[in-house]
Design a protein around this ligand. Structure first.
Ligand SMILES: *Cc1c(COP(=O)(O)O)cnc(C)c1O
Length: 220
């Protein structure tokens, strides 16, 4: 399945440099990633550690890899040396482990906190209260992480009004907590929007979208 170059160029144009495009390449072969890379694209998102590791070693070193799937604490060590942004942090425990692995690798690892905005129970993430507690927790000493924003996924529904309201909710939370600043905390990235709803997300203030199937075709 080749990359849809027209879709890529169209999306880039629509985003108009107001939002970063993360091309979500899970379940897609390295050839497809290379094809998009050859068009100048550098930000790719993966959901599974093993799959990411296999791809990372076969592809150019200047790719910015985003981790967007559910991440188990015991797997952070495998990606800590190179990961560009972990978008799916959903517990203080995970945050601490990322910090530990950052320290071991002598780097600061940027992360987004995932916020649960959808109605489905299956989606991971903090609710607003947990997010607040985490940001107010004793995290100042975690100097090998940088919390640079929030990520969220809207409900899987055709109801655009609902999707819009969920993105609005996340934007509100983002604005509220962006005022908190510390040496390792400054919320600037708001990652919301996928193939089916990125236009709505952009309208509601997203500055990072994660798009897979529109670029690479439907996944099996
Ligand atoms: C798979 C995935 C995407 C991309 O989904 P598409 O509908 O293919 O654009 C975006 N974000 C996350 C967290 C994902 O797991």
């Amino acid at each position: 399945m080749p990359v849809d170059k027209n879709a890529y160029l169209l999306i880039k144009k629509e985003l108009n440099e107001q939002a970063t495009l993360v091309a979500v390449s899970k379940n897609k072969p390295v050839e497809a990633i290379q094809e998009l890379y050859n068009l100048g694209h550098r930000d790719f998102g993966e959901n599974y550690v093993q799959e990411l590791l296999e791809k990372q070693k076969q592809l150019p070193g200047d790719i910015s890899w985003h981790f967007i799937g559910h991440l188990q604490s015991n797997k952070v060590k495998f990606i800590a040396s190179f990961i560009h942004l972990i978008q799916s942090v959903d517990s203080l425990k995970l945050l601490k482990e990322i910090n530990k692995q950052g320290e071991k690798n002598q780097r600061i690892i940027s992360v987004l906190l995932q916020v649960h905005i959808a109605q489905e129970e299956t989606k991971f993430g903090f609710d607003k209260e947990e997010l607040k507690q985490t940001l107010q927790a004793d995290i100042d000493h975690l100097q090998n992480i940088h919390i640079s924003g929030l990520m969220g996924m809207a409900s899987f529904t055709k109801n655009e009004q609902q999707v819009k309201e969920e993105f609005q909710e996340l934007k509100k939370i983002f604005d509220q907590f962006s005022t908190i600043k510390a040496s390792n905390l400054h919320l600037q990235t708001l990652s919301m929007g996928m193939s089916s709803d990125y236009k709505i997300a952009i309208g509601e203030g997203s500055n990072m979208v994660r798009i897979g199937s529109l670029l690479f075709g439907q996944r099996d």
